[in-house]
Design a binder for this molecule. Sequence first.
Ligand code: ATR
Length: 272
Amino acid sequence: MADLDRYAVLGQPVGHSKSPRIHAAFAAATQQTLRYEAIEVAPDAFAERLSAFHAEGWAGFNLTVPHKQAGAALCESRSEAAEQAGAVNTLIRTATGWHGDNTDGAGLLRDLLVNLGVTIKGKRVLVLGAGGAARGILAPLLAEGPAELAISNRNPWKPEEIAAALKPLGNIVPRTHLSLKGDRYDLILNATSAGHSGAIPRLPPKLFADGGVAYDLNYGQAAVPFLVWAKGEGAARVADGLGMLVEQAAEAFQRWRGVRPETAAVLAGLRG
Ligand code: ATR
């Protein structure tokens, strides 16, 4: 029997996840009754657990590291955003399985455009890193009409592969970090995982254009090294990815519950 009020985030590790707190706040603010928990699932048990969760009647899931790509393959259908990202972060129950969606890109755009007032249209935008996090945000960024969208990594192979795969959607310029010397960007997004080990990618100096913005998809301690570097390099504004986390959650909540919760108070609460 389906329990249409039962949700969770699946990951490994997942104990640190802020999603239960965010969704509890959304539920309270929209007067919805639901349960949302964090469940640790190992990669080798993931496929089996997903079928079991369906049989047990769960209504939906968020997926976090390391399940986003594997989740895409296990869904019986996927949204366009999920197809473009090659990853899913939101599972929606259907009668026979799971529909996969990806709200990370929409969450990022909402945080940049609405919360932070950053312009993408006509601007030079650089994405650092070429893993799943980077790949997931390229199509939504491209759709905003930047003057240039570049993706840079330590070696050229992954950016070239990603640019080729997304060619039908528009032009993405594949780069390496070291080859960026002499270029200037209005918006630089850190989508590497370097911050989790206290590091930043090795980058040439003077990458920020006047008024340039730095955005780290990570939040908390993991965002500190890049944002400190960006300030030192003269970025006019810096922001971590906590706003993206709250906004992607709001998008997921809307898909599940049909109502988009207000995010400002929840974000302020998390920052406080
Ligand atoms: P995610 O799914 O979070 O994107 P991932 O697929 O492991 O994780 O990708 C991590 C990204 O961070 C990669 O682009 C990786 O660069 P490489 O492809 O060269 O490995 C990048 N990264 C991780 N640690 C880094 C570091 N210390 N300096 C620069 N880039 C780093």
